[in-house]
Design a protein around this ligand. Structure first.
Ligand code: NAD
Length: 248
């Protein structure tokens, strides 16, 4: 692994425009489980609560699970060394943008400035009636489902449910970033969620070198230039340290 970390250091040090692409794996060391796999959220919960038609039909029941997972559990999680390392790479002017499939806001909390949230965020809520936006911290979740102060329609978390389209701005900016990248760093994602999994494909087609960090091979592994098998929270700080030694 040390040899691969040195290779990543050399590639990133020479990069003019690195784009980072993250999935649930980068937040595992913050205590947030992935959806799939062993101990994944789908072992304990029924994914139907995140289907948009089911949400409209049974908002109270959906909200009971959504509150537990996304506001009680994820709401208390904190950024880990992997998030901080990504922010540091941006501070070093190597990383230009982070595209994340995560909704947990942990990149921003670690200091990343340019973050495209492909699947939205837990930090906001949106009214299903009048489209008003709310900061989640200001919404009372003691009586479910939460309702809009203006029109009394049900509020929905401002993240993408199954059956919903990707927010236009995040989609456009993410694919544009993939095309600008000379290095594309993939961290902690299975690559099974469409259309997000097409972003690295686009980056490769446009000539970017692909580096992947994951504890296990993913759908991307056979087509990346460098695969580093390990925990994001252990690998990324070593990469930052290696680059810092070259810079200072
Ligand atoms: P996933 O659950 O399908 O896959 C997670 C990946 O992370 C796996 O490939 C696994 O091997 C890897 N992994 C686990 N621990 C790791 C570690 N310590 N270091 C590096 N890699 C590690 O996740 P996904 O591909 O991101 O797709 C699921 C969807 O669910 C995404 O759209 C995401 O938005 C959403 N999701 C988000 C969160 C969050 O916001 N934190 C949590 C769960 C799911």
């Amino acid at each position: 692994m040390i040899e691969n970390i040195q290779k990543a250091v050399d590639i990133l040090h020479q990069s003019k425009h690195t784009t980072v692409f993250t999935g649930a794996g980068i937040s595992v060391e913050s205590g947030i489980p992935t959806f799939r796999g062993q101990n994944g959220l789908w072992d304990r919960y029924n994914p139907i609560m995140l289907e948009i038609n089911n949400f409209y039909q049974f908002p109270k029941e959906s909200w009971q699970d959504i509150k537990t997972i996304f506001y009680d559990e994820i709401g208390n999680a904190q950024s880990n060394p992997a998030h901080y390392a990504v922010a540091k790479l941006e501070e070093m002017d190597i990383v230009k943008a982070v595209i994340t499939q995560n909704i947990d806001n942990l990149h921003q909390e670690a200091g990343s400035q340019t973050v495209y949230e492909f699947h939205g965020t837990v930090k906001g809520m949106i009214c299903t009636g009048c489209n008003s936006h709310y900061d989640s911290d200001t919404v009372d979740l003691s009586d479910l489902p939460p309702r809009c102060e203006k029109c009394n329609f049900v509020l929905k978390p401002d993240f993408v449910f199954f059956g919903e389209p990707i927010p236009e701005a995040a989609r456009e900016k993410s694919f544009a970033e993939a095309e600008l990248a000379d290095v594309f760093l993939i961290i902690g994602t299975t690559g099974e969620v469409m259309p997000a999994c097409m972003i690295p494909v686009d980056a490769k087609r446009n000539g970017a070198k692909l580096i992947e960090i994951n504890i296990a091979p993913s759908k991307f592994t056979s087509s990346v230039d460098l695969f580093i098998q390990g925990k994001a929270g252990e690998v990324l700080p070593q990469i930052v340290e290696g680059i810092a030694q070259l810079l200072f």
